[in-house]
Design a protein around this ligand. Sequence first.
Ligand SMILES: C[S@@+](CC[C@H](N)C(=O)[O-])C[C@H]1O[C@@H](n2cnc3c(N)ncnc32)[C@H](O)[C@@H]1O
Length: 201
Amino acid sequence: MKEDPVNFWNEMYRTDVFRYGTEPNIFFKEQLDTLASGNVLLPAEGEGRNAVYAAVKGWKVTAFDISEKGRQKALRLSKEKEVSIDYQLSGVLEFETHEKFDVIGLSYAHFPAEIRKEANQRLLQFLKPGGIVIFEAFAKAQLGKASGGPKNEAMLFSIKEIKEEFSPLEFTLLREETIELSEGSHHKGEAEIIRFIAIKK
Ligand SMILES: C[S@@+](CC[C@H](N)C(=O)[O-])C[C@H]1O[C@@H](n2cnc3c(N)ncnc32)[C@H](O)[C@@H]1O
């Protein structure tokens, strides 16, 4: 029987340890730091490392995830850093807002394969014209590596899939690369990833 993703992720976030650390993803941080602060949406935000970083830098932050445990840890982290974030408990296909965002940050948002294209297309409706997507996730070549990520190839990305799923964004950077991950206990070691920056025209 297929495992329920809500139970799976609540179990992953069960302990007090932050699975991917409390520091932001390096690419997300580097890219966000080049932009004037505005509002940012962080789908599948997990334990809140990127949300809290953005809030500390003066961004108005909206985040969501299916995991209540992730949300609790994110809110705890935001309290420790004395910032406020709007973090909703929601699946990507159910998330609703009237707000449009300057930035959407997708950090290892590996949605189930059967909803992924619909999910990514749906998220783009929340981006302002001129808004930017900052993306990092595991590439298909990550399969079999011990540094993290889904064990299911269909949940990993190829450049071709990204171009299809995030059409009609204009990509200003899109590359697959091998990096050394050092994000908490569960993103650690040599990893095959894809990063992109893209703008909504
Ligand atoms: C690898 S974690 C990444 C967490 C966070 N973005 C980060 O980089 O630290 C993937 C996250 O996707 C969330 N997730 C999985 N399926 C989802 C869905 N259908 N809707 C919303 N979130 C989902 C999980 O709960 C988990 O927190």
